[in-house]
Design a protein around this ligand. Sequence first.
Ligand code: GBH
Length: 514
Amino acid sequence: MVNLWIITTLCIFGLVQGWTDTKVRTFAETFMFGVSTSAYQVEGAWNVDGKTESIWDKYLHDNPDVVADGRNGDVASDSYHNYERDVEMLREIGVDHYRFSISWPRVLPSGFPNEINEQAFQYYDNLINELLTYKIEPMVTLYHFDLPQRLQDLGGWANPLSIEWFEDYAKVVFDRYADKVKFWITINQPNSICVDGYGDKVMAPAVDAKGIGEYICIKNVLLAHANAYRLYERDYKKKYNGNVGIAISVNWASPINNKTVNAQAAELYRAFTIDMYVHPIWSTYGDFPQPVKDAVAKKSLEQGYPRSRLPSFTAEEKRLLKKSADFLGVNHYTTFLVKPAKKQFSVPSFDGDINVEISQDDIWTSGKSVWLKSYPFGLYKALLHINQNYEYPPIFITEHGWSTNPGLWDQTRVNVLREYLKVLLFSIEDGAQVKGYTVWSLMDNVEWTSGTSERFGLYEVDFDSETKNRTARLSALAYRHIIEERIIDDWTPPSLKIDVSDRSLKRAKRKTEL
Ligand code: GBH
């Protein structure tokens, strides 16, 4: 009886607390809000001013049919000729930082620093100077999927020398911009590069060496990152005090229901998709995660390979990788539901090594992209997973976004961004060390093989117009309001009129500490 009273009292207390949770959660003054793009997806000018072919130029030129709507990156949003307008849009939204990437085959046409393309660098000089004029922090990605084709001809990321090639390229860019750029991302999404590009045809270079290519590529890409990090640490950090990180795709994966087999399946899926990249850098132990090593080794032996298809790291390589990042870049878009696979995958293959099936709940709001559904709580789970396993690393959300059809009244994108940002506030309250958030994308762009059939932009791009006109969507105004107020309320812009606020000029530079 007494127990019942206690329980009832606690329940009522809990409910009332729930109803009266009027705490206003705000983003700290030091929290950085930004938007992102990448070179191939927005620049265009694919062969202008001495730029050579990237693996994406080649892949889509050779296989025009793989692009959903036939629009490749030859012209894209033509940012190469529109950087002033791009920065004007950033000023309209009032962002703190702009994440963009540098095109390797643009600045180093041979892939190597024997020849440095001054004209190409002029474009990035202009862009960076314009950003700094308006106190917008440049966040530069060195590699966002567009390897020089000439290096691909030599094996690309399957060649261990790619580690040196990348270091040499990074040195050229650090030398040029270390005084101006304080936030660096070495490599964007190793999983897209390697699993989709070397184990499949979803991404260039479409090597499709299932079960083999992914792992060779992952090893080299991670080491290339670590080498570039050490280079910065050794030769630039003291003088320029910038931060270098890597951007990892961190979508969440939950068991489809609470049966133990499904929980185990989800755990293994996360080990292969998240921990594979985070563990070598952020765990105290270093190396690939043990469950991944075990699963690939076991399958490899069963399949008649004399050794695991997952190459190992030497002790020295493990040391090089450990703590080789000042922050973890998290690209988060969606959540998957996991159960053990019934079907047979190719032998060997990355999918076969994990051996699970993934799906999504029909009840979740759908984006235009088939893989994109909204489940905001997944972001919370993902960030807490990182904390539990990797001792609270400083995090930047380097990408999060939503795809739609063309159209300016993108109320769904507004809702989705808001819901995820609310959850982000709870995650921070519960210990996630998130220093900034970046919307993918500033504007519509070439979504790889989806062409322009999926629009991620806060600004719509009219791809049929000569000058690739950009127009603010509702979400651009809603995001501007969030950045201004630093809270998530349900304010909806009365019209689509937007003007330059240059709010950033009036306030002090954000003193973001990692
Ligand atoms: C990001 O990746 C990229 O970094 C960015 O360049 C891109 O524009 C953005 O997504 C939006 O697409 O077709 O089912 O095989 C997000 C992770 C990984 C999601 C590959 C799409 C293909 C899924 N992406 N994935 S599927």
